[in-house]
Design a protein around this ligand. Structure first.
Ligand code: COA
Length: 379
């Protein structure tokens, strides 16, 4: 039996959702290039495309947006539950608990009923941003703000989070960030979602398991670490020396490298443009110069190994400029990636077989029972 650690290069499913060309640096959702979607579409329209496979008609989009708007509020019970969470806890842990709790409220588990599937999609897309924003205010000792019906999806999230209506440019840039993060084939959290889906459990459990997987620093958590790294580097002049030392110590450079890409992640290029657009309007983040210097210096050192900036490299700088606290970067990623997880949930159910891979056993083969008082100390 051939062991492939991390399942690198092992196809585990067929999928018609997302197409990545890692050598050319191309990414498409349902056949549409990411750059086109990021400039022309909205996050909700892209969500519809990912989940149902086609761009919605004008009526379908209006209906989808209206339904999402209608379901943005969360039960006071969920808010009260959040009030019991420690304020020092990571918002991803809060989000995972809240996403799982939705299964208690909508517990029908009728996954072969199209109406149940549609409603579950609406609820998850609508409520996750509200839960992320609510935890942010609750941990500061405040009551959460209710969603505002006159604001579109992204503008409303920024309003609930920052307690003020943001400039339309900021809301549009945030919406474009959500499009960029919405789907990326079988990354760890999506694989986790598909494994959970394959047991035929409810979609809230599917999303909760994916949120838990996204939280790790090798996945969604990397954008938090990028900002910490840039601050540690401090100035553009220090970038080269930092890289030399980190590479000598065999440390990973956060926001660099990707299992799928051997060139710069196309999403990183778009995020870089979005960062510049934001800085031109609202003032520059000095860490941007450090990031640019790091990317330049890294090209010679890591480029030959096919290691270039990934989606997390510039996203933190954009989020920071939008007033999003650092430990909410990954929950914001989850707000977006829930679209991809749900697309994969539906696809998995369409041709389901439970995931149950095999292993190569390396433990002791045969042992004889030893009574307690004859055993040696183990630890
Ligand atoms: N900085 C420095 N070296 C890196 C690197 C990075 N960010 N990413 C990969 N490498 C090197 C590894 O050290 C390894 O080198 P070696 O063959 O000499 O030992 C080689 O590239 C392969 O790395 P590996 O960790 O096996 O690749 P992977 O496909 O398993 O991992 C990531 C992919 C994304 C987990 C990895 O690139 C990483 O940890 N990046 C930093 C975290 C990050 O930004 N994550 C967000 C992903 S969107």
């Amino acid at each position: 039996m051939l062991l492939r650690p991390g399942l690198e290069g092992v196809p585990v499913t067929q999928s018609a959702i997302c197409d990545i060309d890692g050598l050319q640096g191309k990414l498409k959702y349902r056949g549409y290039p990411i750059a086109e979607l990021a400039s022309q579409s909205s996050f909700l329209e892209t969500t519809y495309l990912l989940i149902w496979g086609e761009l919605p008609s004008a009526d379908e989009l209006r209906d989808f947006e209206a339904k999402v708007q209608m379901h943005r509020r969360v039960s006071f019970r969920v808010r009260d539950m959040m009030k019991c969470f420690p304020a020092t806890g990571h918002p991803m842990d809060a989000l995972q608990s809240c996403a799982a709790s939705l299964g208690l409220f909508y517990s029908r588990r009728a996954i072969d009923n199209p109406q149940y599937v549609y409603d579950a999609v609406i609820r998850l897309i609508a409520k996750i941003p509200t839960m992320v924003a609510a935890f942010q205010l609750i941990r500061k000792g405040q009551d959460p703000i209710q969603p505002r019906d006159d604001l579109a999806y992204s503008a409303n999230f920024l309003y609930m989070l920052t307690e003020r209506e943001q400039d339309p440019l900021a809301a549009r840039i945030f919406d474009r960030c959500l499009i960029l993060h919405a789907e990326h084939s079988l990354n760890a959290s999506t694989f986790s979602a598909r494994v959970t889906a394959s047991t035929l459990t409810d979609p809230y459990a599917v999303v909760a398991s994916a949120v838990g997987t996204l939280a790790g620093p090798l996945h969604g958590g990397a954008n938090e670490d990028v900002i910490a790294m840039l601050e540690e580097i401090g100035t553009p002049e220090n970038a080269g020396a930092y890289l030399d030392e980190a590479i000598a110590k065999k440390q990973k450079i956060m926001g660099f490298g990707h299992r799928e890409y051997r060139v710069k992640d196309p999403r990183a290029s778009i995020l870089e443009e979005l960062a510049e657009e934001l800085f031109a309007r609202f003032g520059k983040d000095e860490m941007y110069d450090v990031a640019r210097a790091l990317e330049k210096e890294a090209a010679a050192r890591l480029g030959p190994k096919g290691i270039y900036p990934n989606v997390d490299f510039y996203s933190g700088l954009v989020y920071r400029k939008l007033g999003i606290p650092r430990d909410l970067f990954t929950p914001v990623f989850a707000i977006s990636r829930v679209a991809g997880w749900l697309a994969h949930w539906r696809e998995q159910l369409g041709a389901n077989r439970i995931f149950r891979p095999s292993q190569i056993y390396t433990g002791v083969k045969d042992r004889t029972w030893i009574p307690t008082d004859e055993r040696k100390k183990t630890l």
